[in-house]
Structures are given as structure tokens and as C-alpha cells.
Design a protein around this ligand. Structure first.
Ligand code: C5P
Length: 208
């Protein structure tokens, strides 16, 4: 069973994907972490994010064993991730890794922006998790504040809108629900309610 979970920043897709992985006993890949780790490599090497060849080389050289979880979660890494994720060369460099993860015997769960549309168009279950931009910005702001980041809510909201626009507006693998995805709006759901709804959607898809 392959489960594809897509959706915008702070929609709850990561939390839901992790919970589904635990519930159904499936390996899970947060594909955003690949773009974020590439972004950190680009930042550290001083690569111009418009230099597609150099950014793609950074993506190909990625060592998953040494990803610095704290660093890839910063707002700076997220913003750079969405810039380099618009480069077809970077997406191509990360494609096989994601595909191979999905093809494990026994199945897998992947979350990202283009899992249901590009990486696993034949996934057995596709979820598109979303929420209002204000709700998502508030969640993200709280997360950053808890880590001691002094960024304001208004800045996070502006960044959220900017990131959405870049992710939906790019030509290569834009963020969008697959035609056969089930939409899950988490705007007014608690984490537990969102997870329960997602489990329900997967179970329904399995019996369909
Ligand atoms: O999900 P997360 O916020 O960690 O992703 C960071 C950025 O990586 C996204 O804004 C998006 O531009 C990019 N991304 C992508 N395709 C994916 C996962 C992430 O383009 N499958």
C-alpha cells in the first residue's frame, strides 16, 4: 500500500503522515526534508539559488545520514527550499530516491507537494491536507516561537502566502491535489481529530 499525503506548509500533513505510518506500520518519508536539506547545502556552499546546475549537484550529493534536523526546520531553510524546489534539475535529482522509497515491498507513506501527482500517481490512497493560510501561519508561528525564534506572526503569514504562491505557481510539479485525492481541511480540527479523519479515509479506501 502506498499512501500519498500532500498539502501546503503547516496544513498538518507531516503530523498526519507520521501518525498514519505508526497506525498502519508503514515506513514514512518526509520529502520536504530532502528539499530543505538541499537548501541548507545551497546556503552553506554559497550557491546562487538561480544556478540550477550547482543546486542540482547539491541535491545529488545529499547524504541522508547527516541531515541536521534542527537546521533544516528553520524559516530560512524552508524559504530557500521552496526556491530551489522550483528548479526542474533539483526535482529530477531527488526523483529516484523518492520513487525507490515508495516502491518498498509492503508499501510506504510519503508526504510532500507532488506525491499524488508526480512521484506516486498510482498510490492506493491520496490525501490532500489543507487549512486556511491564517491557521497555518499561526501554527507555524507558534512552532517557531517555541524554538525561540522572534519572528512576528505577520511575517510568518506573509511568508506562508509567498511560499504557497511559489509552490502552486511553478511550472514543474506545482502543488495541487491529484484529481483522485481526498481533501482533508484541518482548519477547525484538533490534531487528534485530523488524525482520526485521515485513518478513516485510508480505511475507506482500502475497503473500496
Ligand atoms: O513540506 P516542507 O515545508 O518541509 O517543504 C519545504 C519546501 O520544499 C516546500 O515549500 C516546497 O517548495 C518543497 N517541496 C516540494 N515537493 C515536495 C516536498 C517539498 O516542492 N514533495
Amino acid at each position: 500500500m502506498i499512501i500519498a499525503v500532500d498539502g501546503p506548509l503547516a496544513s498538518g500533513k507531516g503530523t498526519i503522515a507520521k501518525a498514519l505510518a505508526r497506525h498502519f506500520g508503514l515506513p514514512h518519508l518526509d520529502t520536504g526534508s530532502l528539499y530543505r536539506a538541499t537548501a541548507v547545502a545551497v546556503l552553506d556552499a554559497g550557491i546562487d539559488p538561480a544556478d540550477e546546475t550547482a543546486a542540482a549537484a547539491a541535491a545529488r550529493a545529499l547524504d541522508l545520514a547527516v541531515i541536521d534536523e534542527a537546521r533544516i526546520r528553520t524559516a530560512e531553510a524552508g524559504a530557500m527550499a521552496s526556491r530551489i524546489a522550483a528548479l526542474p534539475g533539483v526535482r529530477a535529482a531527488l526523483f529516484e530516491l523518492q520513487r525507490n522509497f515508495a516502491r518498498q515491498p509492503g508499501g510506504a507513506i510519503l508526504d510532500g507537494r507532488d506525491i499524488g501527482t508526480v512521484i506516486c500517481p498510482d498510490a492506493g490512497v491520496k490525501l490532500y491536507v489543507t487549512a486556511k493560510p491564517e491557521t497555518r501561519a499561526d501554527r507555524r508561528w507558534r512552532e517557531l516561537a517555541a524554538k525561540g525564534d522572534p519572528i512576528s506572526y505577520q511575517t510568518v503569514l506573509a511568508q506562508t502566502r509567498e511560499r504557497d504562491a511559489r509552490d502552486t505557481g511553478r511550472a514543474d510539479a506545482p502543488m495541487r491535489p491529484a484529481d483522485d485525492a481526498t481533501l482533508l481541511d484541518t482548519s477547525s480540527l484538533s490534531i487528534d481529530a485530523a488524525i482520526a479523519a485521515a485513518i478513516h479515509i485510508v480505511e475507506n479506501a482500502q475497503t473500496a
